[in-house]
Design a protein around this ligand. Structure first.
Ligand code: HEM
Length: 263
């Protein structure tokens, strides 16, 4: 909820964008008996698709999982007709999105399943309204709005989870790419391996200054033997040209890496 900034204001913005009106809410609430009558049937139709393909079937390792999820799926369907699309509803839908993200289900399967879901609902609506296609279409449109509202939450959950993982990985990479080693009392070594671009040079500089202060270092050795190329921007303005101006004494390895022209 926090990552997606889902408060009351955002909830209303979303409902407005998906054009969920009071008329839709009234129509959906009025379809509760329809929902109760067909929930099992629609769930079975959905699982016919999911269990019919090896890629989606693989997510159900045993009958117990299948039975458990079918039950939850029934409850999910009834929720579409609750008429209460508030923050509790959103919380519940985000939990569904997180369950799918956690098991690594790709969005393509999710979206494909929703296509089948809508087709199943449409067929049952035509039956419910005894062939009155216009009433069935109105009902389908109201259901579609809430389903799309749900799908957006699910996709946002995927993106938020992905961004969170990326941020964690970047932090880990940052830490690994500037490992400061204490070689002696107040003498630090920073081995640098790989290409140093402007962003990384700033990061190294930050680490150097921080560690020098934190560890009261007298000497900081930068081992740049593992740096094949430094771009000209870095060489001119960044870490390399500024090394000697700071106390404590900074040592620059004589085997200076090749400078590539980035202009
Ligand atoms: C129309 C699309 C779908 C809907 C509405 C839906 C709905 C749900 C719901 C309500 C839950 C229970 C979440 C919870 O409360 O813990 C769930 C879980 C689950 N779904 Fe779906 N689902 C859909 C598509 C799929 C597809 C395509 C697959 C497989 C390819 C799948 C596999 C699963 C599995 C394995 C779980 C259990 C996850 C766990 O162990 O926590 N779902 N789904």
């Amino acid at each position: 909820m926090e990552i997606l900034k889902l408060n009351d204001e955002e909830l209303h913005r979303r409902l407005a964008f998906f054009e969920v009106t009071e008329e839709d809410v009234a129509r959906l609430t009025g379809l509760k008996s329809f929902a109760e009558r067909w929930t099992n049937d629609i769930t079975e139709g959905l699982y016919e698709l999911i269990m019919g393909q090896p890629e989606s079937r693989a997510f159900f390792p045993d009958q117990a999982t299948l039975a458990r999820v079918k039950k939850l799926q029934n409850a999910y369907f009834l929720g579409l007709f609750s008429g209460k699309y508030d923050l509790n509803y959103v919380r519940d839908r985000l939990r569904v999105g997180m369950a799918h993200e956690r098991i690594g289900m790709p969005p393509k399967l999710y979206l494909g399943a929703y296509r089948r879901y809508l087709a199943l609902i449409h067929a049952r609506l035509l039956e419910h309204f005894k062939g009155n296609a216009s009433e069935a279409a109105k009902a389908l449109e109201s259901i579609r709005k809430v389903i799309f509202f749900d799908m957006a939450l699910a996709i946002d959950t995927y993106i938020a989870a992905y961004l969170e993982t990326m941020t964690r990985h970047q932090a880990a990479i940052r830490e690994l790419s500037t490992p400061v080693i204490k070689v002696h009392d107040r003498i630090l070594l920073l081995p640098i391996v790989g290409t140093v671009d402007t962003q990384r040079a700033h990061q190294i500089m930050d680490t150097v200054l921080l560690q020098v202060v934190e560890q009261q270092a007298k000497v900081m050795i930068l081992d740049i033997a593992g740096v094949p190329v430094v771009d000209t921007k870095v060489a001119d303005h960044g870490l390399w040209s500024n090394l000697d101006w700071k106390s404590p004494e900074c040592t620059r390895d004589r085997s200076f890496p090749k400078v590539s022209n980035s202009r």
